[in-house]
Design a protein around this ligand. Structure first.
Ligand SMILES: Cc1cc2nc3c(=O)[nH]c(=O)nc-3n(C[C@H](O)[C@H](O)[C@H](O)COP(=O)(O)OP(=O)(O)OC[C@H]3O[C@@H](n4cnc5c(N)ncnc54)[C@H](O)[C@@H]3O)c2cc1C
Length: 356
């Protein structure tokens, strides 16, 4: 059985590895640039299940995905020697005002009802958890089990593990169209004129998924939402806990690097880091951790969250209405968190469809 995967981001690579680990011996990942070239290596790497979930169904799914990471990190290190820097650094979501604090109480109570660890802390206690935190806040919601990984390391580990397991990684391979025959997706065509046939094709082209010719017209559109990030470096390392305020966040890696983000911009695939974007990110970061103002500004970058234009915005995962075509795309702000869970679901769907 040959599986052809379009796109070598976290979704394509994780799905390829999962299939190879389950004994599928002919898996090809087609990546127009190099694996991990886009959103997946650009992400902040938070596994922020409790902060990011919008309802109870997502909370359960996200927490399960977060908890699966510990074992996955060990398995990837054993297979490759690469450490993806999985760390339960916890999240403080700060409340500036009494009204924010009321909301924090509400969120925390809802999560505790699900048996999750969460508490509302006052400003003094928040600063004992994260000594770099600003003064003058009403308090914070504290989620000690939230975690993080280092996305470029994750992508390296996935590529090495998948290659060792027999997956063929083709860089510089642009899929020019999906090929369908008799109402079934049977492969892809590659520029200039190669056809690669497969028993299943997996669409994992991130925010470009709707731009691949041949994608069924009735599939919800995946659109890009640009996010900018800034990397600071503290010497010596000081901050240790992820801090959120609204959509702004500060993610200390624990070694002095601090990733600050992010913007949410509807600007198509315009690949620009903007003055206003960096200004807003740095203003928010320094407001929550004032000593970041002394840190070195190392670099800034942007990339595109693949966001599904549907009422729920839920990612597109598993079998599609077109036989032979499977989906692993549209994970918006949580693709790193959901990578392994998605790979499992897509592998299940492919193997189920192939079963006699
Ligand atoms: C600024 C920012 C911060 C983020 N932070 C987090 C976070 O903290 N936690 C989290 O869980 N998620 C985060 N995300 C979201 C996460 O990065 C994405 O959801 C995830 O990386 C999407 O993975 P993907 O494989 O679908 O897409 P991508 O990584 O974009 O991969 C798609 C690949 O397909 C390739 N491709 C496209 N078209 C073709 C074609 N025709 N032929 C061949 N190849 C093609 C592209 O070159 C690309 O490499 C963040 C995203 C951004 C932008």
């Amino acid at each position: 059985m040959r599986i052809v995967i379009v796109g070598g981001g976290v979704m394509g690579c994780a799905t390829a590895l999962e299939l190879a680990n389950r004994g599928v011996c002919d898996v090809v990942v087609l990546e127009r640039a190099v694996p991990g070239a886009e959103a997946s290596s650009a992400a902040a790497g938070m596994l922020a299940a409790q902060i990011e979930s919008r309802d109870e169904a997502e909370l359960v799914q996200f927490v399960r995905a977060r908890e699966a990471y510990a074992g996955w990190a060990v398995a990837l290190r054993e297979a490759t020697g690469i450490d993806i820097a999985h760390r339960r650094s916890g999240v403080l979501s700060i409340a500036r005002t009494d009204k924010d604090l009321e909301r924090a109480h509400h969120d925390v109570e809802a999560q505790r009802a699900w048996g999750l660890r969460a508490e509302v802390v006052d400003g003094t206690r928040a600063r004992t958890i994260e000594r770099e935190l600003c003064e003058g806040i009403a308090g914070a919601a504290y989620y000690p089990d939230e975690a993080q990984v280092d996305p470029p390391q994750l992508l390296r580990a996935l590529v090495v593990a998948a290659s060792k397991a027999g997956v063929v990684m083709r860089a510089g391979a642009t899929v020019s169209t999906l090929v369908s025959e008799g109402g079934r997706c049977v492969g892809v065509s590659l520029a200039p004129n190669e056809i690669l046939r497969g028993d299943a094709v997996v669409l994992a082209a991130g925010s470009w998924s709707s731009l691949v010719p041949g994608v069924p017209a009735d599939l919800p559109r995946v659109r890009p939402v640009r996010g900018q990030l800034v990397l600071l470096e503290e010497r010596p390392p000081r901050a240790g806990t992820i801090v959120f305020e609204g959509h702004s966040y500060v993610v200390p890696r624990g070694d002095g690097r601090v990733v600050c983000g992010s913007t949410m911009e509807d600007v198509g695939h315009r690949r620009e880091v903007t003055a206003a974007g960096v200004q807003s990110i740095l203003t928010a970061a320094i407001a929550v951790m004032p000593r970041l103002g002394e840190a070195e500004l190392v670099r800034s970058w942007c990339n595109f969250r693949p966001s599904v234009a549907s009422a729920s915005g839920a990612p597109l995962v598993g079998a599609s209405a077109l036989p032979g075509l499977f989906l692993a795309t549209g994970h918006h702000r949580n693709g790193i968190l959901l990578a392994k869970a998605t790979a499992d679901a897509v592998a299940d769907a492919i193997l189920k469809a192939a079963a006699p």
